[in-house]
Design a protein around this ligand. Structure first.
Ligand code: GAL
Length: 661
């Protein structure tokens, strides 16, 4: 387990954050050393945006300043997560290589002055990135402070330039083999789009009206693969000079430019950045969602929270200070779900520059502040949790998540703007989180047999392999809930003919959808079991399933809306409209009962979250967080690692990490 190499080196879980000392002077560095000791910092991410200092002109490196910081941190007992600086090329680079600046779909070329301003497909950028990564690896590959490599920072930029076009064509040739196959896949027989030479094929740039959906989907896949190739190049040059684990910090849940399942397979340690944008219970649910994703991309292995804020980044139109206790609760929320620590962006709040008003561990006010006191308390808490290192989380429920399915709902010309992949995924997770159940995210084509219940939101695109996998899951005894508009298209975005969803899934669900009837933005309907729904409705026939509720009005009156089908040893459920929150919660409770799934710690009040980490040797810890305003009694008094005493009740906002018996 690669995270073991990290936690063994740190002597426990990680605590710290991005450290950008180049913004400060020696006086402040001395204070940093002292404050880091006070806060229990044992890991600092260094060098994320240091390219201009490290390589002040092409090919000339200046390592002296970084040597000094690494040595200082090491002497102070702080290990280093060393970043390659490639997320922010310096001005000299963009002047020398203007063709490496990114171009938007409308042809506008960006220029330097911010960060993330590069085209990943531009050869000059890729060469420069590999060279600076290699120089760092040669210099610091076995530095005693080095615990982890941090390639790049949040691969986020997209580009539609001519370099991208050339790379896209190479990718398309590998995927489709011939233009005939590409023409068939993209349905170019329509609208006179047939390609007769590869040079005619472009990235999906700004067009008059709907873009070709196959082209748009393939571009997303291509860009993800191109990004992964850029990551691998840096990782591989690092590996030639260093045996420390390598990661890249994956992005916030709302960005979906990358297939994070694929990234999860290529990094030594999955790490994520996570910034809830709302307050209170929503932030706690958001934290759980980000953490469950990270664990799932890691294949269930422990992972690392690389960045969070000591306040929100934005809540609507402003930043919002975290409520007292939330810095600890959010940190524990990640640790509960498998993170091997809690890191922040950034250590010291900037005095100048683009992120002056972004929160930090040491705020502008200095250490005599609520924020720093809470950071210090959190550091002390994390330091007490070393025995959790290497333990994992077990989920009995999975929510299906697929990048192709997400991208499929981003193309033009869909039947309704209400088909929102991210919102549907979040909602499915939130309903289960509210029910106190821990969930994994799972890919539709992966082995699902270990899950008692699988929920499939927004699977508009479902491959043949995915449909067959879901049928097999139900047949072998699983309980599957498929939500509306599922399996309408295959992995080329070709519509399923003869009725939706894909044939294999129709068998498992015992239904056939004949017609889709999206609802108006403000339209709400009532089903025969009194539940309310919006956004979508379908005319469907049961083909073996039993109708549990039907539509009551209009053309669909009497047509089934909610169905259940006994198939093999399992059950396939289908809901053909978007149920309102309370009704969706009711349906999920019914399914959890049917599948025999219990909350992690039964009997806790609603706003109390509990997740269990399991060690291989049978030891277990319940991480319990009271997000509510009332004291919460625990089922039995247990020893709390945070206070080193027995705990039977949590005050409002309180947390405990309980050694299970
Ligand atoms: C992250 C990024 C950091 C910092 C932070 C602010 O996405 O990696 O460098 O900008 O956002 O919230």
């Amino acid at each position: 387990m690669t995270t073991r190499r990290l936690t063994d080196r740190l002597g426990g879980l990680a605590f710290g954050g991005d450290y950008n000392p180049e913004q400060w002077d020696e006086e402040v560095w001395k204070q940093d050393d002292e404050l880091m000791r006070r806060a229990g910092v044992n890991l600092a991410t260094v060098g994320v945006f240091s390219w201009a200092l490290l390589e002040p002109e092409e090919g000339r490196y200046d390592f002296a300043w970084l040597d000094a910081h690494l040595d200082r941190l090491h002497a102070n007992g702080v290990s280093v997560d060393l970043a390659t600086p490639t997320a922010s090329p310096p001005p000299w680079f963009t002047l020398a290589h203007p063709d490496a600046l990114p171009v938007g779909p409308d042809g506008t070329r960006l220029t330097h002055g911010s960060r993330d301003t590069y085209c990943l497909a531009a050869p000059a950028y890729r060469d420069a990135a590999r060279r600076v990564a290699s120089a760092l690896a040669q210099r610091y590959g076995d530095h005693p402070a080095l615990a982890l490599w941090h390639v790049h920072n949040e691969y986020v930029t997209l580009c539609w330039c001519d370099h991208t076009a050339a790379a896209f064509r190479v990718w398309l040739q590998a995927r489709h083999g011939s233009l005939d196959v590409l023409n068939e896949a993209w349905g170019t027989a329509f609208w006179s789009q047939r390609y007769t030479s590869w040079e005619q094929v472009l990235p999906p740039r700004a067009t008059q009206w709907h873009q070709n959906p196959g082209q748009a989907l393939d571009f997303r896949r291509f860009w993800s693969d191109e990004t992964l190739a850029a990551y691998r190049e840096q990782r591989d040059v690092i590996r030639t000079a260093s045996d420390r684990p390598v990661t890249t910090n994956l992005m916030l849940p709302g960005y979906q430019n990358l297939d994070l399942w694929a990234f999860g397979r290529e990094v030594d340690v999955v790490s994520i950045d996570h910034y809830p944008t709302g307050p209170g219970l929503d932030a706690a649910a958001d934290t759980a969602f980000g953490a469950d994703r990270a664990r799932s991309f890691a294949g269930g292995a422990p992972w690392l929270l690389m960045e969070q804020g000591t306040s929100t980044v934005y809540a609507g139109d402003r930043v919002l200070g975290k409520e007292p206790g939330e810095i600890l609760r959010h940190s524990l929320g990640h640790i509960a779900r498998g993170s091997e620590g809690a890191l922040f962006f950034q250590w010291r709040q900037s005095r100048a520059g683009a992120e002056t008003w972004h929160s930090a561990m040491v705020p502008h006010a200095g250490p005599d502040s609520r924020t720093f006191r809470e950071v210090t308390e959190t550091g002390a808490a994390v330091a007490r949790l070393g025995e959790l290192a290497g333990s994992t989380v077990r989920a009995e429920v999975a929510v299906l998540h697929d990048s192709d399915a997400w991208w499929a709902l981003d193309v033009d010309g869909l039947p309704s703007a209400e088909l929102d992949y991210h919102a549907a995924l979040r909602r499915a997770h939130r309903t289960l989180w509210d029910a106190g159940v821990t969930v994994d995210l799972a890919h539709p084509e992966q082995e699902l047999g270990r899950y008692r219940l699988v929920v499939a939101p927004a699977l508009f695109l479902l491959s043949d392999a995915g449909a067959a996998n879901l049928r097999g899951y139900v047949e072998d005894g699983g309980t599957l809930l498929v939500q509306h508009a599922a399996g309408y298209v295959d992995d080329r975005l070709h519509a399923r003919l003869g009725g939706y969803p894909a044939a294999a899934l129709r068998e498992a669900l015992g239904i056939r959808v004949e017609e889709y009837r999206p609802l108006g933005r403000d339209e709400r309907i009532v089903l025969s079991d009194s539940s309310h729904a919006a956004a979508w409705s379908e005319s469907l026939r049961v083909e073996g399933a039993e109708a549990l509720a039907s539509y009551t009005h209009g053309l669909l009156a009497g047509s089934p809306a909610l169905t259940r089908h006994r198939f093999g040893a399992g059950h396939g459920w289908y809901v053909s409209a978007r149920l309102d929150d309370a009704d969706q919660a009711g349906l999920v409770t019914r399914l959890l009962d049917a599948a025999g799934v219990q909350p992690e710690l039964p009997g806790l009040p609603p706003a109390v979250e509990a997740v269990t980490r399991h060690a291989e040797d049978g030891r277990r810890w319940h991480v319990v967080m009271n997000h509510g305003a009332e004291p919460a009694r625990l089922p039995e008094p247990l020893q709390d690692l945070l206070t080193d005493g027995p705990v039977s009740e949590l005050p409002p906002g309180g947390c405990a990490v309980l050694r299970a018996r």
